[in-house]
Structure formats: structure tokens, C-alpha cells
Design a protein around this ligand. Structure first.
Ligand code: PEP
Length: 252
């Protein structure tokens, strides 16, 4: 079912103290949200246990990456089954930092997505164009290709375990954000691609990410095809993160 989701990606930031203080605060506030937003925290894997202790089922928890195998001699990797066993519900797949810094390809993203959704976890699949691609008019075709290839192996009955996050690379951590109108146009195009693929497009949550802050979230979240946000820097500041979560109007 299409849900409102605000997910905080801590990237390689955080500590035991932050896990306690920030997640404790978010939990105490999230319980009283009246807008139906599911709040998700995605810390570095080493703090999953600390975050889960504080989340107490009120806040959902995810991992930032998984390997493309379920177990074996893959030093340093964590599998989807392990993430599930630990108590996670979400897995980020194909974040632009994974694609650009760690060389993750569309094919690898597709393999991981298939394993994640088949494990019963929700894959938040990140797509987005670079500045050069946008300036040369290729943004929509690049994103459409990433959606088609990254979701190529989703089994028919597993679309409920797919969330797509549109994150223009030029907006991540830069303070520049897409206008609400441009983000809406891309989300609508993504929904069109999902429909073409035979997916239940209207049921799939589409998140926007890229320098979302308390002062621009409401405009983005008022667009009809934007179902929430993937938040980086602002998710490390408890009050800012919660005011982003409150930026949706009350559920009707
Ligand atoms: C992200 O890391 O997914 C992200 C959107 O970061 P920021 O909000 O800091 O731009």
C-alpha cells in the first residue's frame, strides 16, 4: 500500500550517544504524529542494535546497504536475512554514494533488490541524475533507465516491498534542492515507468531526497506523487528531522 514515509539516512555518522538521544526523542514525538507518516532511521550497521533498543517498534529501522548474498565467505558484508533477523524493516539500495564511490552498477542494484524483497524486507531503491545529465536534458531518460534496470527482477508478488527514492545527485548534501514542481514531474514520470513495467504504480511510495530541510519539506510533500522523503544531513538533528516528519498535513 502507498504509505507516507520519512527516512533518515545517517550515512557514516552517529554514535551510541546519538542513537540513544536522537532516537529516544524521535520515538517520543513520532507516537503522536497525526499525519500517518512512518518514521524510519537508517544508521550505520554497527548501531542497528542501539537504534532498535530506542525505537521500540514506534520508529522503523533500516540498513544502508547489504551484500548480494545471504551468507558465506564475504568478509565485511551483511546480508538481507541478517538485517531482517536483527529487526530491520528497510534496506537502502543503490544510493548514489554507493554507485559513485563503490562502483555499484544497475545490475548489482537489481540483484540486491531482488534478494531484499524476497527476504520480506522493503527495498528503498535510490535513483537520480547528475548535474551534467540534467543540464544536457537527459534527466528523465537516465532515471527511467535506473528504475527499469534496478527493478528488473522484482518478483510479481513483491511490489509491496518496493519504495523508490528520487534523489538528484546534484542535490545531495549540497543545499540545492529540486523545486517542488520539478520533483513532482520526475515522480510522475517514475510512476509512469512503473506502470509500464506492470507494477502497481499507484500503490508504490515514491520519496524525494536531496537537501530536504524543515523549511522546504512542506512544499515538496504537498505534491501529489511525493509520498515522503529520504533525509541525509537533517536527519542527524532531532528537532529538524521531526519537523520534516510533521510537514505532511494531518491524515484525512
Ligand atoms: C541522502 O543522503 O540520501 C540525502 C538526501 O542527503 P541530504 O539530505 O544531506 O542531501
Amino acid at each position: 500500500m502507498r504509505r507516507r514515509i520519512v527516512a533518515g539516512n545517517w550515512k557514516m555518522n552517529g554514535s551510541r550517544d546519538l542513537s540513544e538521544e536522537l532516537v529516544g526523542y524521535v520515538r517520543s514525538e513520532a507516537g503522536s504524529l497525526d499525519n500517518g507518516v512512518e518514521v524510519v532511521i537508517i544508521p550505520p550497521a554497527i548501531y542497528i542494535g542501539n537504534v532498535l533498543d530506542q525505537a521500540q517498534g514506534v520508529v522503523s529501522v533500516g540498513v544502508q546497504n547489504v551484500g548480494q548474498w545471504q551468507s558465506g565467505a564475504y568478509t565485511g558484508e551483511v546480508s538481507p536475512e541478517m538485517a531482517k533477523d536483527a529487526g530491520c524493516r528497510y534496506v537502502l539500495v543503490g544510493h548514489s554514494e554507493r554507485r559513485q564511490i563503490f562502483g555499484e552498477t544497475d545490475e548489482l542494484v537489481a540483484e540486491k533488490v531482488s534478494l531484499v524483497v524476497s527476504s520480506g524486507l522493503v527495498a528503498i531503491v535510490c535513483v537520480g541524475e547528475t548535474l551534467e545529465e540534467r543540464e544536457s536534458g537527459q534527466a528523465e531518460s537516465v532515471v527511467a533507465h535506473q528504475v527499469r534496470s534496478g527493478l528488473a527482477f522484482v518478483p510479481k508478488g513483491q511490489w509491496h516491498n518496493v519504495v523508490v527514492a528520487y534523489e538528484p545527485v546534484w542535490a545531495i548534501g549540497t543545499g540545492k534542492t529540486a523545486t517542488a514542481g520539478d520533483a513532482q514531474d520526475m515522480h510522475s514520470a517514475i510512476r509512469g515507468v512503473l506502470k509500464d513495467m506492470g507494477a502497481p504504480a499507484e500503490e508504490i511510495s515514491l520519496l524525494y531526497g536531496g537537501s530536504v530541510k524543515a523549511d522546504n519539506a512542506a512544499a515538496l510533500f504537498s505534491e501529489p506523487d511525493i509520498d515522503g522523503g529520504l533525509i541525509g544531513g537533517a536527519s542527524l538533528v532531532a528537532k529538524e528531522f521531526m519537523s520534516i516528519c510533521r510537514s505532511f498535513p494531518a491524515a484525512t
